[in-house]
Each structure stands twice: as structure tokens, then as C-alpha cells.
Write a protein that binds this ligand. Sequence first.
Ligand code: PEP
Ligand code: MN
Length: 345
Amino acid sequence: MLILMSSDHTKKQLADVLARVRKLHLKAHVIPGRNSVAVGITGNARALDPGLFEILPGVLEAMRVTRPYKLAGRNFKHGDTVVTVGPFGIGGPGLVVIAGPCAVESEAQIIRIAHSVKKAGAQLLRGGAYKPRTSPYAFQGLGRKGLRFLAKAKKETGMPIVTEILDQRSLDDVAEYADVLQVGARNMQNFALLKDLGKLRKPVMLKRGLSATLDEWLMSAEYLLSEGNDQVFLCERGIRAFSDHARNTLDLAAVPAVKELSHLPIIVDPSHATGVRSRVASMARAAVAAGAHGLMIEVHDRPDQALCDGMQALRPDDFAVLMRDLAAISAALDRGMAAPKHGGR
Ligand code: PEP
Ligand code: MN
């Protein structure tokens, strides 16, 4: 339920509304607006009667919010969320590019690739230390050692780190090293993990589940927000469909659709969405044109030797060419690339 206060309501009238919400054992969220104030209510299992609030003085209107998510929806927040990662803002006007290998394979590998993606203009470095693999026999990631290598790459380049959180066991370790904790597609509905991540005060990138609807995806974001973590952004990474020409099907229309429904930033991962190196650049360019706030792209300098996802990794030279295209498309849309806020390196 969303309660709109009249523009001339008094402090006491607002306090009375909040007291009524508390009495119902529900949670009130005060949303300041340009002309007045709204109060969002969460915690109710069933629809509330608007009359409960409309009879109170100072209340203009009480409306049911028909979407299952509330804090993630546009009703509950004016303006767009900007997630701060180091000196960069994700969800602001500038495009943010996260790049790096699928998996951290060695200290030398992640440092080499970090330097090359930074030189090309990427702002954030990615690399998995804990990998969710379809086969239990495939490389599962270097674990803690991989996190330490990421920290070295960050020290050398100044790039903030995006890395995947697989389970609660490794949460403390990953949270210590990561600037952004990545929730992978397979974990999008791991609600116990989402609840724990919601208690952190660190940005979370929530990838779309393999066949998740937008409602399901935003309900997962709601888990994070409802625990108090508002530093959340979404990543469209392709969904399961009947096409047999790609690893997944990039749902580009999800970008404008999510932007209508939610204030959370949305980026696109064209690497997992195609699974094929030759198609990554065209989908990356299209994503920027469609209004994505950023991209996450896999880059490897020796893709034929990669321990994970080599087929879809761009070589550094091709990535650099793509970055020039992305900057041009972003500039044509009056956006440009996100620059560090306080100087940065
Ligand atoms: C990844 O980013 O390397 C990854 C495993 O992605 P997803 O969870 O989208 O499959
Ligand atoms: Mn990958």
C-alpha cells in the first residue's frame, strides 16, 4: 500500500499515519516527494483496506500497489538508484563497463588482463574465484587464493573488483575482497543467500535467473532491499529459449521494461547471453543503444587456454575496439562513459 499525504499535512498527521502502520505490525517507508510525502507499507501478507488510512487527517489517498515487489518498484522511490562502487556510479548518466576473465586462473593472468581492460577504458574488473559449473569435474575456481590475486590486481590497477558469491560458507571471504558481490543466474532464487547479502552494506549485482520472469527477478531484488541493502543493480545475461544458435537468448527488451518498473540500475552481459565471441560486440553495442547503464564483458588474452568460457571471451585488442564503439554510441546518446568522481587513477 502507498499512502499519499496532502501537500499541507502536518508533522503530527504524518506521525499518526506511521503509528497506525506500526500498530498493524507492518513497516513504513517515508518517501519524500517534490510537493508532499508518501508512505510505503511493506510486510502485509494480504491486501490492506485503503479506508484504514484514508480516514486519517492529512491523508490524500491510499492506493494498493499491485506489483508483488514494493521497495524495488518505482512507486516506492522517486528518481533512479545510483550504486556507488569506488569512484564510479552505476545507474548515473555515464556508462560503466565491467571486464575481465570468467575465472581467475593465476596471479599473472588476472594482473595482465586487468591492465589491458583498464587501458581500454573499463572501470571495474571482474573475475570469478568461486565458479558455478554445470559439471562437477570442471574447474571450480581458485577460491581464497583467487580472491587474493584479485586484491593484487586491484592494488596494481586501482580497479574495483566484481566477483561471484556462491554460497554462505564463503560469504565473509568474498565480502572482504569484493567491491561488488555478484549473484549468478543459478543463485538468483537462493533466498537464504539473498537475505544474508541484504544485511551487508556492499553493492550486489543480481543476475537474471536462467528462465526468470521480470517479476521473479525483481522479487529477488526485493529480498536484498527488504533486509536493508539498497546498493543493488541488475544484470540481464540471457534466458533459456528455443533458439539453437546461442548459449542463451539476450532479452534486450528487458532493459526498457525493467527501467519502467524499477529504479534499480540494469546492465547487460553479452558474453553469457551469446556464448560466442563473434557475437559479443554487436550485442554489447545494442545494449548501450537500448539504454543499459553498463555492460559486463568477458575478456581473456589467451582464450584458447582459458579454464572457463574461453569461447565467448574477447581478446584485449577486440575489446579495445569495442570500447571505442561503445563510447561513441554513448556519446551520441548524450551519456558518455562514467568517470571517477574524486579523481581516481
Ligand atoms: C559468470 O558471470 O561468469 C557467470 C557464471 O554468469 P551466469 O551466472 O550469468 O551464468
Ligand atoms: Mn563466465
